[in-house]
Design a protein. Structure first.
Length: 278
């Protein structure tokens, strides 16, 4: 039986789904019976604008180039960008009312995103939390992913309903935190770290995005956001700083034109080495 909440200010309704409630309540959702996914990896951040989706896309490209079978579940339902980056504009099809085939990029990366089923890419998603959560569960249970070595879940920023749904409903093996160098962002990404910790999801490491700009003329490294303290923060929490990624206008150009798979600098061996292996 589930443990009762000790907070007397909570109502029964507000306690449903709360990770502090404890007990044996199982919110997990079944995988589609035509899918076989070996590892589910979340990519999370404390706030938007730190390049979480671009890191997800680059990691998928790197793993794909290493011969792994990769998919991306775009859980950032209100701000989806993965399909545009990978040049995917539609799903492969709908077999019946409850079975969908994901979109597939030119290199074979499978993608499922709300933008692939909306009437237009710029149609806004104005839904409340429970509806957003049901979409994530559908993307897990109703999509035929087939055989995948890794399903990367591009999480929405923050620690709200969708993040909670992913952590409770999907068998997440671990998460990668994405931050940028500013101290304020580090403070906010700590919230995402603590949420994963509270949900008993392993934190595989942290990636510092926009870490520096390399001068195109002389090659000098320019720390645009000043001296970073992220490595110190990561060390204090016992997690590795996996990679420092530059601010690269070339990468932006590839992403904006749907050609991320052709971006030559997706060298993310350090991040890939942190992932669980069979």
């Amino acid at each position: 039986m589930a443990k009762e909440c000790s907070n007397t200010n909570c109502s029964k309704e507000s306690c449903e789904g709360c990770p502090s409630r404890g007990g044996a309540v199982d919110f997990s959702f079944p995988m589609n019976d035509r899918s076989r996914i070996h590892h589910v990896i979340g990519v999370i951040s404390g706030k938007g604008g730190v390049g979480k989706s671009s890191v997800t896309a680059m990691l998928a490209v790197y793993l794909n180039r290493q011969g792994y079978r990769v998919g991306i579940l775009d859980a950032d339902v209100t701000g989806p960008s993965i399909p545009r980056m990978l040049g995917v504009h539609e799903i492969e099809g709908v077999e019946n009312e409850s079975v969908m085939l994901p979109g597939i990029s030119a290199a074979g990366i499978k993608v499922m995103s709300i933008n692939l089923v909306l009437e237009t890419e710029d149609t806004p998603v104005i839904w409340r939390g429970p509806v957003l959560g049901s979409v994530i569960r559908q993307f897990w249970s109703d999509v035929v992913w087939g055989e995948l070595d890794y399903l990367l879940v591009d999480m929405p920023p923050g620690t709200g309903d969708v993040a909670l749904t992913v952590f409770q409903s999907l068998p997440v093996d671990g998460v990668i935190l994405v931050s940028s160098p500013q101290n304020l962002v580090e403070m906010i990404v700590a919230k995402a770290y603590h949420m994963a910790e509270m949900m008993h999801i392993p934190v595989l490491g942290v990636v510092e995005n926009f870490s520096f700009l390399r001068c195109p003329d002389c090659g000098k490294i320019i720390p645009l956001f000043g001296e970073s303290r992220l490595e110190e923060w990561a060390g204090a929490h016992g997690i590795p700083l996996l990679k420092k990624l530059p601010l690269d206008p070339e990468m932006t150009a590839y992403a904006d034109t749907g050609r991320m798979e052709y971006y030559p600098n997706c060298e993310l061996e350090e991040i890939a080495s942190s992932l669980p292996k069979d």
